[in-house]
Each structure stands twice: as C-alpha cells, then as structure tokens.
Write a new protein. Structure first.
Length: 413
C-alpha cells in the first residue's frame, strides 16, 4: 500500500511542499520526476493558483475591453514582458513577443528572416523546432549548413568562419542541446555574427530560467523561449525577444486582430502587435508571471547551483555503473542539468520502462525530437535515456536513481 508522505523542503528561503510517495514494505521511493527537459514538474509555487485566479476572477482581454478590469490584464502582460526583459538584460518591453511556445517563435523568426537564395548556419545538435522549418523552406531555395559539434556535443567556434558564404544571413543555434546537455558558446558565436554582419537567432528553450542569458552582451538578435521548461510555467505560453533591427526586417507569419489600429485592414507594424495577432494566452501569461516572480526571488544563480549539484551527484553515480555510455561534456560548467545515457548491453527503452514501472522514476527515452543531435553523438537511431533533474529534485532522489539503475543494469539479461 502506498503512503503519501508530505515533506516540506526549505530550498533557498522558500518553503515548498513536495509529495514523495513511499511503498510500504519494499522501501521503494516512488514518483521521482526526472523529465524536466521535456516539461518542468512541479511548476513554480503558485502557478496553478495564478492561472485559476485569472480565469475565475479577472479573465479579460487586453486592448479590447472598455471597462476597468481590462487594465489588470494589461498590467499583468506588461509586467511579464518587463520580467523577461530583466531576466535577459534587455530594456524594450514591446520587443518581448508572446506566442504559444518556442516552436512558433522559431517559425516566425526563421521564416521571417530567410528568403529564397539565403543561406544560414545551424549547429549540428538542433531540435526539430529549428530543423523542420528549415527543411520546409529549403524547398523555396533557402540553404543551410550544419556547424559540426564533436562527440560530446561541443561546438568549436573556430570552425564557423570558413562555413560563412556571401549569401549567409544568419546563425541559428540552440543555447544547449536537449540531448547532450552541452552548453554552446553564445558569446563567441555572437561575436562572429557581429563581425560578419549576420543575424544571431538563439533557441533558449532548454536554458532560459536556469542559466543566465545576457541578450545584449551576447549580441543576440532574437531569443526564442518556452514557458513550460526551466521557466517553470505552464504549457501553451512561450515567445521570443527580438532586437529592434531584426523586428523591423521580418514580416509577421500570422496576421489578424490586435485591438489596435482597428480602423485599418493592414497588420499594424508596431510592436508587439505586429507579431501578436489574435488573442494571446492570458491565463498562460498569468502562470508565467508567477513563475518568473519565483525565479527572480530565488535567483538564477541559486537555481543553477542547486541543479549543478544534482547533476554532479547523478553524473558521479552514473560513472561508476557498468555498460553505459554517458553523453555530453565532462566539464560541469559546460552542462545543463541533463544527462543522456546509452546502455551498451540493455535496451534503452526496456531500462527506462523498468525505471518507471518498478521504481517510479520518470525519465525520457528515445530521440527527443532531435535526430541531428543523436547523429552527432552517435546515438542514432537507438536514442538515449535522458535524466533531467530540475530545481525541485533532491540529492536523495539522485542517489535513489543511481541505486535503482544499478539494480537494473546488473540484473541478468
Ligand atoms: C532545444 C529545444 N528547442 C525547442 C523546443 C520546442 O519547445 P516547445 O515544444 O515548447 O515549442 C524544445 C522542446 O523540447 C527543445 O528542447
């Protein structure tokens, strides 16, 4: 019989209730969530309540209601834009564009920037959120070259200059791979873009909220983000930060009502309206607003420190286990809190299934929507088992994960 034990963890000044389930008798711990790279769980404290409050008490649309309560939604959205600005060291709130996720933001940016005859560079570890739009526009004559990363997923910036051609317009790069966990060198690539007059478009899906990103210092022109991963918010809200120069150059992908300049039938060119046609996800923004408040109060450095400690503990334990290949950089400072492994004598899917079924440990097994990254680190087509601890995991859960995995790997085949 399962007993639910409620324990109150004090994590960096904040009291947060986590439910850990123990199975009586066997002593096995249940429900260890290690799939934060897919979507974070739990969300930041108060996120659910903020969404509920918005829907139940103040659900109004911005720019559209003439009655007073409508301004609450406007303030909420404005403050959320402000918090994202603060998070990435940027000042123009109107250049924070909300979409439903990072994928939509990346589509707007990629299809807005690249036109027939243009060429771009991408890292060889990109997610399909980048590769599929690029593949689509290759049919209208947009060319793309991959910057090769090594077997640990590291990108050597020295390889970039010789890949730049006369028609190269942009470098599109993830800040960190969702397969290898290896962090790519933002600032150095930003410098190359500045020198070669290229747009620098960054996919921050895996890092915004858990790693510092300095939009201005890194010379980024656009940064796509998603609310439901390390930003600790709900699904269905994401967006991008865009520099005024790039915002001016790209056409919106979707046109429609904005609640502004309604006397005209043309899409307004003012920001953020240019890229925010239709009703935006206000309950999602209410949740993201709360999550950002939590992140700001806790501090990115404290979040990074805790996640690094967990990753180090997990990595240390994994290194001692037999018959696995650990993917990604051996330098902790080059890693996000994500470790992929490839089992050499077991089937990855079997191991991930047993971890969940027998030990209650939820990981993610497969290709993680990033076949290019797997090809780079030689884990294609079998994929990997991905462990991605988040801010609310504990060292004890890492120890339990290692001991559970050890049992599975040392059981007779
Ligand atoms: C590196 C990377 N880019 C983009 C995405 C897409 O994020 P979303 O599904 O929120 O659009 C993901 C999600 O897995 C990701 O890991």
């Amino acid at each position: 019989m399962d007993i639910i034990v409620k324990c109150v963890c004090s994590i960096v000044q904040l009291q947060y209730t986590v439910q850990i389930r123990f199975t009586e008798g066997s002593g096995k711990m249940r429900d260890v969530y290690l799939d934060n790279a897919a979507t974070s769980f739990p969300k930041a404290p108060g996120v659910g309540e903020a969404i509920k409050n918005f829907v139940e008490k103040s659900a109004t649309n911005i720019n559209r209601s003439g009655y007073n309560v409508g301004f609450t939604a406007e303030e909420l959205v404005f403050e959320t834009r402000e918090m994202i600005c603060d998070l990435v060291n940027f000042t123009k709130t109107e250049n924070i564009i909300f979409t439903v996720n990072a994928t939509t933001g990346l589509n707007i940016l990629i299809k807005g920037v690249l036109k027939p005859g243009d060429h771009c560079l991408v890292s060889s570890v990109e997610h399909n959120a980048v590769m599929r739009p690029l593949n689509q526009i290759s049919q209208i004559g947009v060319e793309c070259t991959r910057i090769p990363c090594d077997s640990k997923g590291k990108l050597d910036v020295a390889t970039i200059p010789k890949l730049i051609k006369s028609n190269t317009k942009a470098i599109i790069m993830t800040h960190a791979s969702n397969v290898t966990g290896t962090i790519l060198p933002l600032k150095e690539v930003g410098q190359i873009c500045a020198k070669s007059d290229l747009y620098f478009i960054v996919d921050g899906s895996q890092t915004l909220g858990s790693l510092p990103i300095n939009f201005t210092d890194a010379g980024i022109h656009a940064l796509a983000f998603t609310g439901h991963k390390s930003l600790l918010g709900p699904q269905g809200i994401g967006g991008f930060v865009v520099s005024p120069i790039l915002a001016d150059k790209i056409e919106p992908l979707i046109c429609g009502g904005t609640g502004s300049l309604s006397e005209r039938e043309e899409q307004p060119m003012i920001l953020p309206d240019k890229f925010e046609a239709g009703t935006i996800n206000l309950p999602g923004i209410a949740g993201l607003h709360q999550a950002l408040k939590f992140i700001m109060q806790t501090g990115i450095d404290a979040i990074r420190l805790h996640e690094l400690e967990l990753t180090q503990a997990l990595l240390g334990g994994l290194k001692a286990l037999p018959n696995i290949r650990i993917i990604g950089s051996s330098e902790m400072k080059e890693r996000t809190s994500l470790i992929s492994i490839d089992c050499l004598k077991h089937d990855n899917a079997d191991v991930a299934y047993t971890l969940q079924k027998e030990y209650g440990i939820r990981t993610r097994c497969g290709l993680h929507c990033a076949p290019a990254a797997h090809k780079t680190v030689d884990t294609f087509p079998q994929g990997t088992i991905r462990f991605s601890p988040g801010y609310f995991n504990t060292k004890k859960e890492m120890d339990y994960t290692i001991s559970s995995l050890q049992k599975i790997l040392t059981e007779p085949l």
